[in-house]
Design a protein around this ligand. Sequence first.
Ligand code: OVM
Length: 406
Amino acid sequence: MTLTEGHLTIDPPAGVPVWNVDPYAPDIQTDPIPFFADLRAKGPFAYLPKYSMLICGGYEVTKEVFSDHERFVSSRGVGLQDFSMGEPWRPPSIVLEVDPPDHNRTRRAIMRALSPKVVADLKPLFKADADALVASLIGRDIDGVADLAEVFPCTVFPKAVGLKNPDRKMLLSYGLMVFNALGPDNAQRQAAMANAPVVGPWIAEQCLRENLTEGGIGAAIYASADDGVLTEDEAGMLVRSLLSAGVDTTVTAVGSALWSFAKAPEQFAVLRDDPQGRALAAFEETIRYTSPVNAFCRTTNVDTEVAGVSIAAGTKILCVLGAANLDDAHWLEADRFDISRRTIGHLGLGAGVHTCVGQNIARAEGQAVLQALGEQVSAIKQTGPAVWRANNAIRALDSLPLRLEA
Ligand code: OVM
């Protein structure tokens, strides 16, 4: 038995094409659309010799793998490393990196803390912050990433969680660690992990009960410890999950919404026509069109078969959600940003039992900022080239020079 990037080395399954490509190469991560098309053209799966793993990106097959938590487990890690073969870089998440039945109790505790009522009460607060932020940026030369996309979620989300000591730089650094850790030991991962000695302990500190305000989402997680549903340590681990999953994802989605609208002014006109009525659909289409979380792995726990391909137990499968969300075998004009389309069934928030548990608070954030833009801004003008950032799991902008016209 040998290991590749911490998981079992496997042979290519019969009938699966061998593909000499590195999906974690910076030039692919910063320009993934041609790679997505090549991936879908390979058939249901391709075998990547460099990583000794399978990859899929067609809509149907990716959805099948993602929807079946019994055959395709998360407990062995959703990155390249197989947690049954060695120690991960941090104690595994007790909601992401776990399977049912253990998953059910922790997920329910988060769902309770992020209930529809909690999110409904946050909406006016998000809108007030979005209104003020957009107003402060109008008519200036700005970076859509540093001045808007990074600022908005890093203002409203830590407040909603109830962090007593919010720190945008720390939260963004942790997001880089968490998502880059899902890839191989490449330059992107190493650069992010260089901050671990400072950022890891800072995050752990913020997850403690005494560093969370009363009435916040973090305190609501600790209420499940008071009720005996979670231990005190588990509550802290679930606050860590909020801080892991709740920052880079929404920051990326807001940045990619700005980019999508800058490229499609006619779609911004549709939003402007009814900002309150269309902001939510526009955010959802942004998630489909740009897939902020581009890819997660699953691991086969049994010998199985998908789309006629026999797959051995212990196989890592890189599921490219970004490719599935642009599959023209499933979507009409898949490569067109269209805020009026039916987005239902997109895989940008996953599928199955692990489907994004923060989706409603994420949507509330996206809706607030897109509604504010639609109400206050006449046009989103790109004033320089969009620069994308190489990341092992997220498709994120590094900078986006913009003017928000009055
Ligand atoms: C977590 C978590 C949950 C969802 C996504 C994520 C890798 C992390 O529980 O830590 O990003």
